[in-house]
Ligand binder design. Structure first.
Ligand code: AQP
Length: 327
């Protein structure tokens, strides 16, 4: 029996190379080794206000990008979360067994809500319960995520274990898979902050659909430091971030990269990094253009995928109802 993988991505904003290196690239590598379920999590997206027409378009853009990045419909399932109502139902049930204190410890809510906590939606606060539901519905063994999601995954494990203790063995307790390289890609303009879709700065993130000119401009403007040598040193976050991105795209070792840049300057590093990103994204962008030109085909692929996994979700809900005495 292959182990089951589940992971999700929000169809909001523009997908950046942090999302690509932290999550998507892992999704498409060695697809044949696991039973893969990937989800475009539109119910997570509405935890902050969304324009309906834009959300609809973003779901297709995300689907097009994921297929273009290499998700193979023969080997992996890719569906839209709201197509399966069990996600919302299980989230409610998990809410009812999750102590407030656990949820209040989640740092992402604190970061996202910031000073505007009183105005943030209950959904944004409760986001990790929906994420737990996504994962637990499918008897997931492994969850490939960037490092920013590690805390949410630990909460998912805690919730699953608590449920299993209270109602008997029901959920598989999942493990995270966090990439060794580029698990946390930082902003180009501020390497102390995670590269993020919601960061407005023009030179903050490289997006997967950026043109070569734009990529070059952004990388050239990236923050470095006043030193000269090019080394993997975590105490120099700007250069470390650029080198980590280079490493994730090329697959070379730290020693090979340091040897390659020995005696060269930051100008060379930035020029070569831009080239590596441009070439890494080029085939994805070309395939994306074909997928997005046929929205009916994209919708059909997503719907077929939802049909494949719906029975798994329904079986889990049946088990949960029986254990809890519902209905
Ligand atoms: N900077 C990052 N480095 C590595 N991995 C990252 N991920 C996100 N940012 C980085 C990983 O991408 C996957 C999809 O996450 P998501 O749909 O939750 O993305 P997001 O949170 O909308 O992306 P952002 O940019 O982080 O958005 P905002 O600004 O809204 O917070 C996850 O596996 C995540 O770990």
């Amino acid at each position: 029996m292959k182990k089951r993988i589940f992971s999700g991505i929000q169809p909001t904003g523009k997908v950046h190379i942090g999302n690509y290196l932290g999550a998507i690239k892992q999704w498409v590598t060695n697809q044949g080794d696991h039973d893969n379920i990937y989800c475009i999590v539109d119910l997570h997206a509405i935890t902050v206000p969304q324009d309906p027409a834009e959300l609809k378009a973003s779901i297709r853009t995300m689907a097009g990008l994921l297929f273009a990045a290499g998700i193979d419909p023969e080997q992996s399932v890719l569906f839209v979360q709201s197509a399966i109502p069990a996600h919302s139902e299980l989230a409610w049930i998990l809410n009812c067994i999750t102590p407030m204190g656990w949820m209040e410890r989640m740092t992402q809510f604190k970061e996202k809500a910031g000073k505007d906590r009183e105005r943030a939606s209950v959904g944004l606060f409760d986001y990790p319960a929906l994420m737990a539901s996504d994962i637990l519905l499918y008897d997931t063994h492994l969850v490939p995520v960037g490092e920013d999601q590690k805390q949410h995954l630990e909460l998912t494990r805690d919730i699953a274990q608590r449920f299993n203790r209270q109602y008997g063995e029901t959920f598989v307790v999942p493990e995270p898979i966090i990439p060794k390289i580029a698990a946390r890609v930082m902003g180009l303009d501020d390497p102390t902050k995670k590269m993020s879709k919601s960061e407005p700065g023009k030179f903050h993130a490289v997006y997967m659909l950026d043109t070569p000119d734009v990529i070059l401009k952004k990388v050239k403007r990236a923050t470095t430091d006043s030193l000269r040598d090019i080394r993997f040193d975590e105490n120099r976050p700007g250069v470390f971030n650029l080198l980590s991105i280079y490493q994730a795209f090329t697959g070379e070792t730290e020693a090979e990269i340091e040897a390659h840049f020995a005696g060269k300057g930051y100008g060379d590093l930035k020029k070569e990094l831009a080239e590596v990103i441009i070439e890494g994204l080029r085939p994805i962008q070309e395939r994306y253009a074909k997928f997005i030109a046929d929205p009916a085909q994209l919708d059909a692929l997503l719907a077929q995928s939802a049909d494949k996994v719906r029975p798994i979700a329904e079986a889990t809900m049946k088990r949960v109802h029986q254990r809890m005495g519902l209905g």
